[in-house]
Design a protein around this ligand. Structure first.
Ligand code: NAD
Length: 466
């Protein structure tokens, strides 16, 4: 079979690149060994949002009296919570199948391996249905994604029974009574938040000295306090010496501030990062440069081998679905000889816990370390009218500006719906907006987004409601 472009992996990197390539007139095939939509649609972004919605609603029921309402007999059916989440994934995966058909993209179900050829490596696919097929294309894009990182020496190795990775954590038979979550990145915090909302006793263990360590320090501190108010417990600066199974659960030996500590629970979730799927693809034989589990690429996603490109998680951080899609579009537009999508656009990051966390650009510390003299604005939701009316007063909006030029360097939000609001700042940064333009923008009233405006005003001593 011959194609203009073959993409290996149908996650948000691969399938989006396939659609864009088809729009640009290329004959495209996509090879997928598991399910269309990849980890994001089937085992990540999407099914976790369904779980978190169930958890948030259930938790809201516990304080309905705040809104003058009451219910009796609050309960949940865990099987149905999981079924709903799986159903949402199934619906979206079917949606990707529809899109592939609509754009006349050939979907090949199987596991691909690369072999030396020109103008691009050829692809041998071990078909799910049995047998093999060989495909030659002008270009090949690797979009094989990533999987959970394991640290065998410390016992951070999911067994599918009592030590879970994100996969098992998404489809258990019941919610654990006592849960340990190892790692406080987005995955760890989202599962901690979900299981806590259903009543689990949750302790999060983080090696660094603060939770959500990629976020601005003030956001980390506020997030920890907010989660603690919901009953979550944390051990930060905690080195995992050993995680092990016991007769009935799990036990973890920690070293916290030089002191040994032992914690027990029924289940542990390991969420200590991810590593790229670079194995068994024939990369070594081709001489593709791989660095610490990720394929090395240039600005157009080209690898060290002619005709071979890599996008998304397999090409390194940030490990985010929207980064993969964006890279995919850029790579394909470059292949088509177009002026490609802007790769220097800032990439927002979101954690969908209760409360939510969202950010884009540099933290205050990063901006200072990069040599900027900064102006910082802050505005708390507790004085925002819509937040008070909605009973969602937790959190704030923090903005960081370059004091000399007025350029928005970063925005850091914690609170209700901030994962929707962050896009306003992402657009502003992509358009290189300054403080003057942001101040001159009209924000609708009453909205949570007014806190964004006020945060900008505050950076320049002009906040109206502080
Ligand atoms: P991560 O790298 O974001 O976080 C892992 C955390 O584990 C870090 O804080 C790290 O310090 C800690 N850690 C590492 N080793 C440890 C140890 N031995 N003991 C205790 N703590 C340890 O990784 P993740 O949360 O697994 O997520 C993987 C990727 O997927 C991330 O890049 C994340 O951004 C992305 N993701 C995004 C979303 C989202 O956008 N909402 C959701 C889930 C995952």
């Amino acid at each position: 079979m011959e194609f203009d472009l073959v993409i290996i992996g149908a996650g948000p990197g691969g399938y989006v690149a396939a659609i864009r390539a088809s729009q640009l007139g290329m004959k495209v095939a996509i090879v997928e060994r598991e399910a269309l939509g990849g980890v994001c649609l089937n085992w990540g972004c999407i099914p976790t949002k369904a779980l978190l919605k169930s958890g948030d609603l259930y938790e809201t029921l516990s304080h309905l009296e705040d809104y003058g309402l009451s219910v009796t007999g609050r309960s949940y059916d865990f099987t149905k919570v999981i079924e709903r989440s799986r159903g949402v994934s199934k619906q979206l995966s079917a949606g990707v199948a529809f899109l592939m058909k609509k754009h006349k993209i050939t979907v090949i179900e199987g596991t691909a391996k690369l072999e030396k050829s020109t103008p691009a490596p050829k692809i041998v696919v071990a078909l799910k249905a049995g047998g093999t097929c060989t495909i030659q294309a002008k270009s090949v894009i690797l979009a094989t994604g990533a999987r959970a990182r394991v640290i065998e020496a410390a016992g951070l190795l999911p067994d599918g029974e009592r030590i879970w990775s994100y996969r098992e954590a998404m489809v258990p038979k019941s919610a654990p009574k006592r849960l340990l979550v190892i790692g406080s990145g987005a995955i760890g915090i989202e599962f901690a938040s979900f299981y806590r909302s259903l009543g689990s006793e949750v302790t999060v263990i983080e090696a660094l000295d603060r939770i959500l360590p990629v976020e601005d320090e003030e956001v980390s501190t506020a997030a920890k306090k907010a989660f603690e108010r919901r009953g979550l417990a944390f051990r930060v600066g905690a080195k995992v010496v050993k995680l092990a199974k016991t007769a009935k659960g799990v036990v973890v030996d920690l070293e916290v501030g030089g002191k040994a500590e032992r914690l027990e629970a029924d289940i542990a979730i390991v969420a200590v990062g991810i590593t790229g799927n670079v194995e068994n693809l024939g990369l070594e034989a081709l001489g593709v440069k791989v660095d610490r589990g990720h394929v090395v690429t240039n600005v157009h996603s080209a690898t060290s081998v002619a005709g071979l490109y890599a996008i998304g998680d397999v090409a390194g951080p940030p490990w985010l679905a929207h980064k993969a899609s964006h890279e995919g579009v850029h790579c394909v537009e470059h292949l088509a000889g177009q002026k490609p999508a802007n790769l220097t656009a800032p990439i927002p990051g979101c954690t969908y816990a209760n409360p939510q966390v969202a950010s884009v650009g540099q933290t205050e510390a990063q901006a200072k370390a990069a040599g900027h003299e900064v102006r910082v604005g802050r505005f708390p939701f507790r004085v925002n009218g819509k937040a008070i009316a909605a009973g969602e007063t937790e959190g704030f909006v923090k903005t960081v500006f370059d004091a000399k030029t007025g350029a928005l360097l970063g925005a850091h939000l914690i609170g209700a719906e901030v994962t929707e609001m962050i896009q306003g700042f992402a657009i502003a940064m992509t358009l290189e907006a300054t403080e003057a333009e942001l101040m001159a923008t009209v924000f609708p009233h009453p909205t949570l987004s007014e806190a964004m405006h006020e945060s900008v005003l505050d950076a320049y001593g002009r906040a109206l409601h502080l």
